[in-house]
Design a protein around this ligand. Structure first.
Ligand SMILES: C[S@@+](CC[C@H](N)C(=O)[O-])C[C@H]1O[C@@H](n2cnc3c(N)ncnc32)[C@H](O)[C@@H]1O
Length: 94
């Protein structure tokens, strides 16, 4: 693991869910919608693999899709993965 990865891992261990807290209410002024809403709409009915899933906020937003495709999240922070499991227990979290 390089220095940048060590920094990120330590940061996300101390602050699980920090991305959701920072971005969930942020608006894209051109599109009038949030980062998460844009990503959710772009995903459509496709299977989503979230590389660096954090606390699975995106995966949980996608969980209500009628087609119910599998959700897969990967993260190197055990604390983020623990939070992800609480938020989206049926997702495959690695
Ligand atoms: C900016 S957050 C995004 C979280 C989530 N996708 C979201 O949008 O809410 C980035 C995540 O990637 C994870 N991460 C960063 N580098 C990684 C690596 N090399 N391998 C696995 N996970 C990594 C961090 O632990 C963090 O949870």
């Amino acid at each position: 693991m390089n220095e940048a990865e060590e920094f990120l891992l330590a940061f996300h261990q101390r602050h699980p869910g920090c991305t959701r807290i920072a971005f969930a209410s942020g608006e894209n002024t051109e599109m009038g919608t949030s980062y998460y809403e844009v990503l959710s709409e772009l995903a459509g009915d496709d299977l989503v693999l979230d590389l660096g899933c954090g606390d699975a906020h995106i995966l949980s937003l996608l969980a209500d899709r009628p087609s119910d495709p599998p959700a897969i999240g990967l993260d190197f922070s055990p604390d983020e993965l623990r939070a992800a499991h609480g938020r989206h227990p049926s997702a495959t979290l690695i």
